[in-house]
Write a protein that binds this ligand. Sequence first.
Ligand SMILES: [Zn+2]
Length: 374
Amino acid sequence: MINKKRLIKTFTDLVKIDSESRNEVDVARYIKNKLNKLGIKYKIDKSAVLTKSNHGNIIAKLGSKKNLPTILLSSHMDTVTNGLGIKPVIKRDSITSDGRTILGADDKSGLAIILETLEILKRKKLNHYNVEAAITTCEEIGLLGAKFLDYNLLNSREGIVLDSTSPERLVYKGPSSDYFNIIVQGVEAHSGINPEKGISSITASADIISKMRTGRINSNSTINIGKINGGSAINIVPGRTEINCEIRSHNENTIKIELGKIKKIIENVNKKYKKINKKFNAKIKINRIYDSINIPKNSLIIKNILKTCKQFDYKIDLVETGGGADANFFVKNGVNTVNLGTGMREFHTVKEKLILKEFFQSANIVINSLIVKS
Ligand SMILES: [Zn+2]
């Protein structure tokens, strides 16, 4: 049903348009043109004020049959950096960049599939579910488009995000993630003249870090210390150090327990150093990045995708991911979205490529999962 030539053309058109995060305006124009040509209605939300992008998210709608549910399709318009002046090279089995830049298959392969899907459903007058497309900005800089999307514009309760590697993988489960900062306030002093008056925030930080568990905590949880900042000069006992960390887990309770242990470590370090000087203080600040997802296996969208794959004899596995995607925010806002691969590989590198067989397969899965089967 898909038009492979047109799908490739749309994809290569899209990757040739520069759209690093916060500069999605040109690619948005291309998408809006296409929607206008197809006579598909869309709205632009007001997220740009909050994401600081030069365009908002695009919300397109096709179909308004009252007796049928609405299904969301989503992909993001922005790419990571080294994404300017992309020149796609079409090979027999794949598409790559010319080796100087990323390809931008993350996530323009998803965008191309959505545009192809809308075109087919619209032109062929098939009996399909109502479809909404949420085309987001700023995914690569912290899922900002999805975070600030105007969810009042969406009717969907289920959907597919197209932002993963192989269409043989259907991500239905993902971790929660917390960002946490440990701020250690030591006491500054001259390191040569009166070091005994100071308390080194770096030494105290080392105390904390050496007691923390990091890396893989268990099969579905990780902790990472990503960045440390502290001290001011080599002849000053450092006054302030900040340790930036993250925890991810499929299990909310593990997050609670592990953060509890870290709080206890900080409490003990406080006890130890406050005895020396009351001005010493270490504290933790915790921020939720996103909530976990766990889409029920009997949801309409998973059932439809599995049915389609059976029909076409495609292999597909329900899998868990360790990463975050726009799907995390859709789920948080009441839209149960799975993440289906599009054929992209080695994304965020100059070796990024799009495997054509998988790209077509992904498009075929999406379109056929939106058709009402009697
Ligand atoms: Zn992506």
